[in-house]
Design a protein around this ligand. Structure first.
Ligand SMILES: Nc1nc2c(ncn2[C@@H]2O[C@H](COP(=O)(O)OP(=O)(O)OP(=O)(O)O)[C@@H](O)[C@H]2O)c(=O)[nH]1
Ligand SMILES: [Mg+2]
Ligand SMILES: [Zn+2]
Length: 212
């Protein structure tokens, strides 16, 4: 079973921050969780809701937790993003009867070393709108941004960070850092701040622009 992939949320968050699009986070396969894991998932959902993301706990195979999706997707063009095997194509097949997108158990997919969906395809939603199924993303990918821009991918850190004394504050130990203050008051989640630090430290993947 997949562990929660906060890095993936960050990844799509990054993309949506830049495109100014709406993002809905779906935590799928809750049918596989025991009660402790479900509680953990619910906490995570609350965290992201608090930041302002529509967040659903769902089971596509059991048709649960997805009741609001048609309203969210109606007359929009949306993209299904997420790791390979999380159930994107399964969700597409649920929303678009007859789409017939291939789905595959993770174990089989991993044996072949391939993503089940190998190219992106757009489908018309029966209630209006379009949905694009894409091959699962692997790992973090290569980005092209400055260290000062990492906070742009964390909605709440970005908005609180406007109150920092220095415009180029990295929210580490700088004086007058509004982010650290908000963290101490519990207004920014420690887990989000840790993710932020991880991403800031993670320089070996060539994510940052080379200095020139
Ligand atoms: N238990 C459970 N299994 C699910 C659920 N949703 C999807 N699956 C299964 O997970 C496996 C992978 O689903 P896919 O829809 O192929 O995954 P994908 O995200 O499209 O994967 P790629 O095309 O490789 O990116 C399939 O065997 C699905 O039947 C769910 O809610 N619960
Ligand atoms: Mg797929
Ligand atoms: Zn700061």
């Amino acid at each position: 079973m997949h562990r929660w992939p906060p890095h993936l949320v960050r990844k799509t968050e990054h993309k949506t921050v830049y495109s100014d699009n709406q993002q809905c986070i779906i935590i799928n396969k809750v049918d596989l969780l025991d009660s402790a894991e479900l509680a953990e998932a619910e906490q995570l959902a609350e965290l992201y809701r608090g930041i302002g993301y529509e967040t659903l706990l769902a089971s596509v195979t059991e048709r649960r937790g997805l009741e609001t999706l048609p309203t969210l997707l109606k007359d929009k063009t949306a993209l299904l993003a997420g790791n390979s095997g999380v159930g994107k194509s399964e969700l597409l097949n649920m929303l678009v009867p007859g789409a017939g997108a291939r789905t595959q158990a993770i174990s089989e997919a991993h044996l072949s070393g391939m993503h089940t969906t190998t190219f992106s395809e757009m489908y018309d939603l029966p209630f209006g709108g379009r949905l694009i199924d894409i091959p699962g993303v692997k790992g973090f990918g290569t980005f092209n941004f400055e260290r000062e821009e990492v906070s742009h991918f964390f909605r709440e850190i970005f908005s609180v960070g406007r109150g920092c004394r220095y415009g180029n504050c990295l929210h580490l130990n700088e004086p007058g850092c509004a982010v650290r203050e908000a963290l101490e008051r519990g207004e920014i989640a420690q887990s989000r701040y840790n993710s932020y630090l991880n991403m800031l430290d993670d320089e070996d993947e060539g994510k940052y622009r080379a200095a020139y």
